[in-house]
Design a protein around this ligand. Structure first.
Ligand SMILES: O=C(O)C(=O)Cc1ccccc1
Length: 310
């Protein structure tokens, strides 16, 4: 049996479309799961080699179910990311007219991308969240809801027709997906990488978040995502999910992570992996004083001072 990749299903999700852009899927069995949680649990249980799930969209930010799964439970690691531009189709059973639609369904992350369209065209329709956009389409086929927002490509799979296509409140809306596996050595640096971590503060004090961010800033590291998630320990208790530009084998990133490890209650390393929106090696120069060579020369100088050889 080939190694399998679990993904947020059922068949016909944007997640599946994004996953199929990875060349290695040609030699993997792709297995749909009903939720992000169940796909990730399949990896934790060793049933699947990796899971592919949505993690962020450019309209509303982090997909909280995915972030919360990565923050808690048995540690997992991100190995790849894929960006997909998204527009929605309104899928209905054949013959349904706009005036027939009383209920609409989609994944919660779809709502902010179709809200204005709904207000303009179906202001009285009741929104029902589904486990995924394709699941909403499946539920329309079953007669549970009148319409689903999903990819146009899902229509044929569920015997539906697209009453409207190209629905998107925000131009160029993109969703980011990640391939997640059990912890292992991260892929080698490509010269355009990203590192993901979760940080828990040691204590609450003025400037606590600034102190955490300062570990990146002082080493010239750009941040690409900062999302706070409640720890569950009461109002005001948050951990921080951070994506930072660079690879853990870059000296500045390794030093920043060491700094964070010293000042945080806990740091969860979620991986270093190639950036999807930029070609390998194209990340551009690092700010002055933050290259590997400069870190190595500085460490060497301190060693010489310690030795009395400066
Ligand atoms: O992959 C899907 O179809 C999903 O349901 C997740 C999702 C939700 C909103 C935008 C892109 C992907």
């Amino acid at each position: 049996m080939p190694a399998s990749y679990a993904y947020l299903g059922p068949e016909g999700t944007f997640t599946e479309v994004a996953l199929r852009t990875l060349p290695e899927t040609a030699t993997r069995e792709l297995v749909p799961y009903v939720s992000v949680q169940s796909a990730l649990d399949a990896v934790r249980a060793g049933e699947a080699e990796a899971a592919f799930v949505p993690i962020e969209n450019s309209v509303e930010g982090g997909i909280t179910t995915t972030l919360d799964e990565l923050v808690a439970g048995e540690p997992l690691m991100i190995y790849r990311e894929v960006l997909l531009s998204i527009t929605f189709a309104l899928l209905v059973r054949p013959g349904t007219k706009l005036t027939d639609i009383k209920t609409v369904s989609a994944h919660p992350a779809a709502q902010p991308q179709v809200r204005n369209w709904l207000r303009a065209h179906l202001p009285d329709a009741l929104w029902e969240s589904a486990a995924s956009n394709a699941d909403a389409a499946r539920l329309v086929q079953e007669g549970r809801y009148d319409a689903a927002f999903a990819g146009e490509f899902a229509a044929a799979r569920y015997g539906l027709e697209a009453l409207e296509t190209g629905i998107h409140d925000a131009e160029n809306a993109q969703t980011r997906f990640v391939l997640v596996g059990r912890p292992a050595r991260p892929a080698a640096p490509t010269g355009a990488d990203k590192t993901s971590v979760v940080l828990w503060q040691r204590d609450d004090h003025p400037g606590a978040l600034r102190d955490l961010l300062g570990e990146f800033a002082s080493r010239g590291i750009n941040l690409m995502l900062l999302q706070s998630r409640p720890t569950g320990a009461g109002i005001g208790n948050y951990c921080f999910c951070i994506d930072a530009e660079g690879h853990i084998t870059d000296r500045r990133m390794a030093e920043a992570l060491m700094g964070l490890r010293r000042i945080c209650l806990q740091v969860r390393y979620l991986g270093s992996y190639p950036r999807a929106e930029i070609a390998p090696g194209e990340a551009g120069p690092t700010p002055p004083g933050t290259s590997d060579e400069e870190f190595i020369a500085a460490a060497d100088w301190v060693a010489r001072c310690q030795d009395g050889r400066f």
